[in-house]
Design a binder for this molecule. Sequence first.
Ligand SMILES: Nc1ncnc2c1ncn2[C@@H]1O[C@H](COP(=O)(O)OP(=O)(O)O[C@H]2O[C@H](CO)[C@@H](O)[C@H](O)[C@H]2O)[C@@H](O)[C@H]1O
Length: 621
Amino acid sequence: MRLGSFCISGTGGRCVAVRSSRGKEAGEFPGEPRRNDAELAAEEEKSRRSGGGLVIGEERDETGSLVGLSFVPPSSYDSDEIISSEVKLSGRMQEVIDAGGTEEKKIKVVYNIVFVTAEAAPYSKTGGLGDVCGSLPIVLAARGHRVMVFSPRYLSGTAADKNFADAVDLECNAKINCFGGAHEVAFFHEYRKGVDWVFVDHPSFHRPGNPYGDSYGAYGDNQFRFTLLCYAACEAPLVLPLGGFTYGENCLFLVNDWHASLVPVLLAAKYRPYGVYKDARSVLVIHNLAHQGVEAAITYQNLGLPTKWYGALEWVFPNWARTHALDTGEAVNFLKGAIVTADRILTVSQGYSWEITTIEGGYGLHELLSSRKYVLNGITNGIDTVEWDPTKDEYIASPYSVTDLSGKARCKIALQKELGLPVLPDCPLIGFIGRLSYQKGIDLICSAMAELMADDVQFVMLGSGDQRYEDWMKAAESTYKEKFRGWVGFNVPISHRITAGCDILLMPSRFEPCGLNQLYAMRYGTVPVVHATGGLRDTVENFKPFAQQGHGEGTGWAFSPLTKESMLEALGTAIRTYREDKDSWEGLVKRGMAKDYSWEKAAVQYEQVFEWAFSDPPFVK
Ligand SMILES: Nc1ncnc2c1ncn2[C@@H]1O[C@H](COP(=O)(O)OP(=O)(O)O[C@H]2O[C@H](CO)[C@@H](O)[C@H](O)[C@H]2O)[C@@H](O)[C@H]1O
């Protein structure tokens, strides 16, 4: 018989022996009744007597903290099931029970995960970051992890404020020292779908506009607002008794984009020197490298970080990017801070994880990212298959499925009516949904518009962002009254109706870390035509009409290079296929709908990365 060990999890400064392999510990999950120490001890004893394993010794680290227990496992276990000491401190262990209710001979490690993010749908969303941080946490929680999502409580004085209506004040305020003073923040909490949604509250998050700016542009105090987010996120696992128990120090921070990037810097510079969070890990998730949170170097003194940590955030612009002869180009860069301090780095597709190590895709950080290539991975995003389900979508005119597409035809007619376009069931209807930004290749659409509109097609665009493109959409609508609609604004129900009602979704993104709209489109039987870049190249398989003994293969068209001509050629091929080869079109539609875009596959890959993060020592001790 071999010896095994249990892990110990620090929960709120109190060490609790975490779970025998017979079940989860009391109060580890919110909503579960708490048991006191005597009850826990009695249960442990009962477990030992009944063959649940016998604890025969303790292991302590150099500071004297209890880090593991040696035990004789229950006799029914064979040696493969013994949890190795490698998983100590990396999380908690959980039995995995198969669907039939019989015990699978497998034990998995579960973690205390803290997502730190500027957006999480449905509370806040301006794009894909909100989607990911609103859906992946739920899937990880369903897989047994304890998951907190930490983001700001934005109040804009609009109907969107009701999104936070069920989050209650935990009455556990914290004072954050930065930007020349102590700033008091409050924490609001809602437990929903197995996840602790925690919102940091401060007056700077209450203003009209979106999370990052308003019609005048980005807010001038974003660095302050997201510094608060990061400090508060580091405090939350230590001080908030969610469901009665804090998350404790032994947690995994998933920090998303620049807004959360100060977290690993704070762990290294402010906490670990005092012995706090020495067993925590951080994973930086890059959704968009183009935004890095860069401000003048002088602002470093506001961040409340020790002077010697300046180098972690230091950023020097190349000569060409400097504004005048005396400009030394010195700046602080939040995202860079995370790249040099996080334990691991993830991007949202494999293609993009390579692109960011190249000069073309690295936005000045390619060398740094290349130097950390050994901890850099790409995991393609999944989607919320409950929100995006054509068989049950409440926003669309008629539900449909891969076996009965008649509802999709009804959705197209309903969309044409809603948009005031001529109702033409056989006219190819092309859609675009997204932020109107340089990234999304709107300029290419503008330049191709006249040629596209010369064909017998209809085109609808939904988006907001750059004023130039919003104005252009309005102008194009009056030029091409019978064929084009440009819906300026952010409207989730309309985005569902466009996804369902269109035949083709166009995404000529200049770069695309993953892209979600092409995944939604394929799930809704709408064929994507995309620029072959990043996650678009990874997820859209080019149509091959003669593959599979003439049955065809592929789910759309991925064109390259990024030129008007190559985009029009791909669109032309798609339109011709739609008009002239109905069988091939149906094959494209059905293959796209049959793909599995759920988060499950990605969640398993995330777990692998968590395991790697904990199997190495912290990158910055
Ligand atoms: N006007 C509008 N009205 C309603 N809904 C709108 C809308 N404009 C956009 N959306 C929605 O916002 C989301 C956009 O997601 P994307 O992934 O396509 O892009 P984004 O660039 O924001 O995200 C970044 O992060 C995500 C997540 O990792 C990456 O997939 C992506 O490549 C990266 O650029 C979709 O749900 C879309 O429907």
